[in-house]
Write a protein that binds this ligand. Sequence first.
Ligand code: ADP
Ligand code: MG
Length: 335
Amino acid sequence: MGRDQAHLGEFDLISRYFSRLGCARSDVLLGVGDDAALLRMPANAELAAAVDTIVAGRHFPHDSDARSIGHRALAVNLSDLAAMGATPAWATLALTVPNADPDWLERFSGGLADLANSYDVALVGGDTTAGPLTISVQLMGHVASGTALRRSGAHAGDLLTVTGTLGDAGAGLALATGSHTSNDRAAASVLRQRFEYPIPRVEFGAAARGTATAAMDLSDGLVGDLPKLACASGLAAHVDVECLPLSDALQALASPQQARDWALGAGDDYELLLAVPPGGYAKLTSLAAQLGLRLTAIGELRRGTGVSWALNGAKFTPPAQGYDHFRGPSTQITV
Ligand code: ADP
Ligand code: MG
């Protein structure tokens, strides 16, 4: 039990931890405290809105550090806006907590605030209830009219590219839950960090507008997510599995097959998957490099439907499916 938990009511809690969280923005005409927030949109822009819920025991282990939970609750939404090429601005938070523990709330709101400040996001409202630990963040932002990156914009012949490296968060989660162990403490710490504090590719998503033809973020794993982009674009996709970018930490800590399985099937990497015409690939790579980000071509889009996979030229069947909450788990946390 925390310091003064007995005296912390719903409204004390809101005003202490959430009423001034994140950046002060001049386009917030009215923030936390009224029945709704009032926000001013820039001219000639479209509103981009995304919401994601994370549930204890399902999206993160019950014993996760509250600072990481606060970070991830916003990061998953920042990643969605990044995938649209949108600029994040305003967030609301629906927080369900089993009790009002000041120590937990301090760390949770701190993790949320640090990430909000780094992306100029203001928390403008929310809802607070008691119950099993569940956090929904709604994030709103803007994008110049007609320029957002959609899943549906790819053309046959476009290259499929991904930012960063894949599979790290899957390994990090397995390390956090104890289902994978390693004596390589440096590599384990890098991978756990990738699960607990994912870095959304917000600047790169915005920079890719006008060069990439389609984009989505990888939250459920490549095997689960790629068919969504291919289907939205009315195309087939092909992936050369040996091209998947793997980090040094992942390769140090896992067998080649285990590393590949995590890169293909585990979620939570929050890297971007983008389609780009072959003629735009060099430009997209240089935009990524300017942000210190690796960009790797892993395959292409073709006429037809479905996704085909090859490993060193031979047909390959990926072992894992992406996560579907209603179809049963492959990467579900078991805690
Ligand atoms: P209402 O009942 O009108 O929906 P509440 O009494 O639930 O409003 O909340 C009071 C104010 O505090 C509102 O402005 C609401 O947006 C804000 N709020 C409630 N919970 C949170 C939270 N977890 N984070 C940020 N703002 C919150
Ligand atoms: Mg009201």
